[in-house]
Design a binder for this molecule. Structure first.
Ligand code: GFB
Length: 397
């Protein structure tokens, strides 16, 4: 039973610190936010910057629900943070708590007279005649998110401009971080503003390279790994690390997004293969939306270098191209999940022998970061150099 001694230590520290956090008010205050921008990959990117920001301010980070969008309903779905990820590693790194636990503490920690919401500057929707404030519940998923936890901003809005979430200089050294904390604490002292409740995530998209190492704290929950076993590994008898994983991002929203190629040097997560200053190359249409010919030739190259691999797993938001790929790779077993599940797809892609992703997509970026932790190779459609693995464990957590 002592196979994973570190996990036991994590668990013990977690039990002690989480029960303390659940019952005691943090005098340094809290940060809570709506992950209202984009879908899962975007929300994760912004989570990392938010975690660092909370740490800089020494406020407890309230972990929001993830927001999921259903194609067949205009109502967002709220997924508890720990449905996808374990809390223990995060809690060892920093003080965090689930939003549902925070709401139990809220009558003590967040009096109604101090329930402010924070935004950069007015979101006043002039045409609708709304007041000059954050209007935090205007629109979806904004309103439904706060309604889901029964929060009303009874004290009104506060604009935080010109404050930022990151130090003004590119150096995140201790002095700059302390200065940032000083500026926020001066404008919003914790006794008067015990909770900084942001209309959107106080973290950047795409994730800053300096925050990428935080991905090491996101460990999939048991529910997710058991579901993957049931719906993929055990079902088809495929073993981890013995298949090629492909991400085909090709839905209508993506087609429209890729029309911006040519007008910009970077698009969404493209810095993961092009570098933050395009030091590794330029954005092309093939990188964003690869043609069928490119997909076949690139996959063929990868397979030539993977002699013992006979399985391919395909994840897609729209067209998995199963028949087309089957016709081109007759000796291969080609799989996809029976029913659509983005998190299961991510889990499986991260455990492929080799992964070919879409450099512009933050969905692929999630997979690449998880693979980098294990030094597993990733390449991207339309990118000819194999993208370097960033060894996350060399960074200090
Ligand atoms: O994850 P995400 O932010 O990545 O959003 P991008 C894309 C969403 O599409 C995922 C679905 O969260 C999934 O719900 N999706 C994409 C997939 N690829 C797959 C896949 O392989 N399998 C499954 N099951 N689902 C941004 C969006 O997407 O793209 C923005 O966040 C906007 O809202 C923009 O749409 C154009 O960075 O690819």
């Amino acid at each position: 039973m002592v196979r994973y001694p570190m996990l036991h230590v994590f668990a013990l520290i977690f039990i002690i610190s989480s029960s303390e956090a659940k019952n005691n008010v943090d005098k340094n205050g809290y940060i809570i936010y709506c992950p209202c921008m984009g879908r899962f990959g975007n929300q994760v990117d912004q989570f990392f910057g938010t975690l660092n920001f909370a740490k800089t301010l020494n406020r407890t980070l309230v972990l929001p629900t993830w927001i999921k969008y259903d194609l067949f309903s205009d109502k967002p779905i709220f997924v508890p943070f720990d449905h996808y990820f374990m809390l223990e590693p995060l809690n060892v790194f920093y003080k965090v708590m689930l939003i549902k636990d925070f709401m139990h503490l809220a009558p003590k920690a967040w009096p109604l007279s101090k329930r402010y919401t924070f935004c950069h500057s007015s979101r006043n929707f002039e045409s609708k005649g709304y007041p000059n404030d954050c209007n935090p519940k205007e629109g979806s998923p904004f309103g439904p998110f706060w309604d889901n936890v029964d929060v009303n901003f009874t004290a009104g809005s506060r604009f935080y401009s010109p404050l930022q979430f990151y130090p003004a200089t590119s150096e995140d050294n201790l002095f700059e971080l302390k200065k940032l904390k000083f500026l926020w604490d001066t404008k919003f002292p914790p006794p008067d503003y015990p909770v900084l409740a942001f209309v959107g995530a106080p973290g950047s998209f795409p994730v800053k390279i300096s925050d990428v190492h935080l991905h090491g704290l996101l460990i999939w929950s048991q529910q997710i790994s058991q579901m993957v076993d049931k719906h993929f590994f055990d079902l088809y008898g495929v073993r981890r690390y013995e298949y090629i994983g492909l991400h085909l991002r090709n839905g209508l929203d993506w087609k429209l997004t890729c029309q911006h190629v040519g007008q910009t040097d970077q698009l969404f997560s493209s810095s993961q293969c092009l570098g933050e200053n395009n030091e590794f190359g330029q954005l092309t249409a093939q990188i964003c939306f690869p043609t069928q010919e490119l997909i076949v030739s690139q996959l063929r190259n990868v397979l030539q270098n993977s002699p013992n691999i006979t399985n391919i797993f395909i994840a897609s938001d729209k067209n998995h191209m199963i028949l087309f790929l089957q016709a081109n790779f007759k000796d291969m077993n080609i799989y996809k999940l029976e029913s659509e599940d983005p998190q299961l797809d991510l889990y499986i892609l991260a455990r492929a022998y080799h992964f070919i992703g879409n450099c512009v997509s933050s969905f692929s970026a999630f997979v690449k970061r998880e693979r980098d932790i294990e030094n597993l190779p990733t390449s991207f459609w339309g990118v000819h150099h194999l993208t370097r693995a960033i060894n996350l464990f060399h960074q200090e957590l």
